[in-house]
Design a protein around this ligand. Structure first.
Ligand code: HEM
Length: 500
C-alpha cells in the first residue's frame, strides 16, 4: 500500500468514526441552512456527487435556498444567489467581505504569499493604492489620450493578427488560434502599459504567455489542497514555482529599462565616451506603480511587480474568453451575419475601438451571459450577516451568478442567444443590474473596459474577414459558466473567407 493510500484509508476510517459521534446542528441558530458536514472533509462528499461545482451550486439553491452553508474541508463557506444578496456582499458590506480565500496554492503562485498579488490579496490600504494606480490606465475614457493610445496599438496588432491568420489559413481552413490570440493581446497589453515593443519570437515573452495561461487555468480550477491543506505535501509544487519564475523573468525585462530611465546614469556613446542620461519619467503603468512605492514606505518593489503581473496576466482572461465567445458565435451563424452587416454599415474599412458597433457589443455581453464563471470568491473579514443569516469571520463566499444569468424570472427565453436583449429601443447598450460578469464594488474587475474594447476590435476584424464555423471533427464540450478553455485543450474553428 502506498503512503498516500494508507493516509487516505486512515482518514476515511477517522471520518466515519467521527461522523457517528457528531452532534446534529442546533435548531434555532441563524446560520444559513446546508447539508450536514462530515468531520475533516466537510461537504466534499456532497459536492462530489455532482458533475461539477456549478451543478452542485444549482442543487444547493434548490435544496437550501439563496444563501446556503457548506463546509469545504477546513473552510466555512456560503453560496449565495440573487441580486439582493450579491449587493449586500459586494456593495453594502463591501468592506466586510473584501478578503480572499487563504488557499495554499495562491501562496505558491504568488511568491509564497497570496497578499503579494493584487487579485488574491486581502483588502488593505496598499491594495487600494495599487488599484488606483492601475485604474487610471485600464479605464481609458473615450476621447482621452489613453483611449487613443490603446486604439492605435490595438488596430496595429489586430491588423497583423488577421494577416497572419489569412496566410496560415491558405493551406487549411481549420485553425486553433488560441495562442495567436494570446500573443496578440499580450503584445497590445505590454505596449500599452509599458510603451515597450516585444519581439514575438522572444523566448522570455513566449514563456510568459504560456505560464499565464497555465496560471489562469489553475486559478479557475479547484484543488483538493486548497480545502484540505494537510494534503498539500503530496501535491507537486514545482510546476507553480516554475510558472512564477518564467513570469518574473519577463517582468524584470520590462521593469529594468524603466528603472534605469528613472534614475538616469551614464551610457557609453559610439566613441566609448561616457554620456550622462537625464532621468525620464514617461507616463506608463510601471512609472505610476514605482511612484506609489516611493510615496508609501510600507510598499516594496516586489509588491508593484506582482501588481504589474496581475494586469499583464489579464491578457489570458481575454484570450480564453475570446475563444469561448467565438464558440458561441460559431453556434449562431445568424448572429455573425448581423454583426457583419453592422460592420459594413458602420465601420467601413478597418473596424476600430471608436466605431459604434452596438450589435457586436451586445453579442459580446450575451456571450458573457453564457460563459461567465462564478466571481472570484470573497471572504468575510469579521463576524457579520448575509440576508440575516450569521456569517462567521473567514467564511468564504461563493457567488452563483450563473443562476442569475439563466433565471427565467429575469430573462426572456434565457436559453436562447439573443444579443437584442442588451439593446434599448433607441439603439443603446443597456445591461441590467443583475448582470455582473465583471462583478461590482471594491474588488470588481480592473480590466473589463480594456477587455471589452480589445475583444470588440478583434471580433469585428475576424468577422469582417471570416465566417467562423465549428469544426465537425472537434469535440467541443464547453459548458456554461466556464471561461477558462482548459489545460492544454485545443479548440480549433473553421475560418472561411467571407465572399462579398
Ligand atoms: C474577459 C476578461 C475578464 C474577465 C471575465 C474578468 C473577470 C473578473 C472578475 C469576475 C473578477 C473578480 C471580481 C470580484 O472578486 O469581485 C476580476 C478581478 C480582477 N480583474 Fe478581471 N476579468 C477579465 C479581464 C481582466 C483584465 C484584462 C485585467 C487587467 C488589465 C483584469 C484585472 C483584474 C484584477 C486586477 C482583478 C482583481 C481586483 C481586486 O481583487 O481588487 N481583468 N476580474
Amino acid at each position: 500500500m502506498s503512503l498516500i493510500t494508507s493516509i487516505l484509508a486512515l482518514f476515511t476510517a477517522l471520518i466515519a468514526l467521527a461522523h457517528l459521534f457528531k452532534p446534529k446542528k442546533e435548531s434555532g441558530t441563524t446560520e444559513a441552512p446546508g447539508p450536514r458536514p462530515w468531520p475533516i472533509v466537510g461537504n466534499l462528499p456532497y459536492i462530489g456527487k455532482f458533475h461539477d461545482l456549478i451543478e452542485a451550486f444549482k442543487n444547493l439553491k434548490q435544496e437550501y435556498g439563496s444563501v446556503a452553508s457548506i463546509k469545504l474541508g477546513v473552510h466555512n463557506a456560503v453560496v449565495i444567489c440573487g441580486l439582493s444578496n450579491f449587493r449586500e456582499v459586494l456593495i453594502e458590506k463591501g468592506n466586510l467581505f473584501d478578503a480572499r480565500a487563504a488557499f495554499k496554492r495562491y501562496d505558491l503562485l504568488f511568491g509564497g504569499d497570496k497578499n503579494n498579488s493584487l487579485a488574491f490579496a486581502d483588502g488593505s490600504d496598499s491594495h487600494s493604492k495599487h488599484r488606483n494606480a492601475i485604474a487610471f490606465h485600464t479605464f481609458a475614457k473615450n476621447g482621452s489620450n489613453n483611449f487613443e493610445n490603446l486604439e492605435n496599438i490595438t488596430s496595429q496588432h489586430v491588423y497583423s493578427l488577421v494577416e497572419n491568420m489569412k496566410s496560415q489559413l491558405q493551406s487549411d481552413q481549420k485553425l486553433d488560434a488560441k495562442f495567436l490570440f494570446a500573443e496578440t493581446i499580450a503584445t497590445i497589453f505590454v505596449k500599452y502599459f509599458t510603451n515597450q515593443d516585444v519581439d514575438p519570437c522572444d523566448e522570455v515573452f513566449q514563456n510568459m504567455i504560456s505560464s499565464f495561461d497555465a496560471v489562469f487555468q489553475e486559478v479557475n480550477e479547484g484543488c483538493i489542497g486548497d480545502v484540505l491543506p494537510f494534503l498539500m505535501p503530496f501535491i507537486n509544487k514545482s510546476e507553480f514555482v516554475e510558472l512564477t519564475r518564467k513570469v518574473r523573468a519577463f517582468s524584470n525585462q520590462c521593469f529594468d529599462p524603466v528603472i534605469r530611465q528613472r534614475v538616469g546614469g551614464e551610457v557609453l556613446d559610439q566613441n566609448n565616451n561616457k554620456q550622462k542620461i537625464q532621468p525620464v519619467k514617461e507616463s506608463n503603468v510601471i512609472n505610476d506603480l514605482l511612484e506609489t512605492v516611493e510615496n508609501n514606505p510600507e510598499m516594496t518593489l516586489e509588491h508593484v511587480i506582482f501588481a504589474f503581473e496581475d494586469i499583464i496576466g489579464g491578457h489570458s482572461a481575454v484570450s480564453n474568453s475570446l475563444i469561448r465567445i467565438i464558440l458561441e458565435l460559431a453556434k449562431n451563424p445568424e448572429v455573425q451575419k448581423n454583426i457583419r452587416e453592422e460592420i459594413r454599415e458602420h465601420a467601413a474599412g478597418f473596424p476600430t475601438m471608436s466605431d459604434r458597433l452596438t450589435y457586436l457589443e451586445a453579442s459580446i455581453w450575451e456571450a458573457f451571459r453564457f460563459i461567465s464563471s462564478p466571481i472570484v470568491p470573497h471572504v468575510a473579514t469579521q463576524d457579520t450577516t448575509i440576508n440575516d443569516y450569521t456569517v462567521k469571520k473567514d467564511t468564504v463566499v461563493f457567488f452563483n451568478n450563473l443562476d442569475m444569468n439563466f433565471s427565467p424570472e429575469l430573462w426572456e427565453s434565457p436559453d436562447k442567444f439573443l444579443p437584442e436583449r442588451f439593446i434599448t429601443s433607441d439603439g443603446r447598450i443597456s445591461k441590467p443590474d443583475y448582470f455582473l460578469p465583471f462583478s461590482s464594488g471594491k474588488r470588481s474587475c480592473l480590466g473589463y473596459k480594456m477587455a471589452i474594447n480589445v475583444t470588440k476590435v478583434i471580433l469585428a476584424n475576424l468577422l469582417q474577414n471570416f465566417e467562423i464555423e465549428i469544426d465537425p471533427s472537434s469535440n467541443y464540450t464547453m459548458e456554461r459558466g466556464v471561461i477558462a478553455v482548459g489545460k492544454n485543450k485545443s479548440l480549433p474553428f473553421v475560418y472561411k473567407p467571407v465572399v462579398e
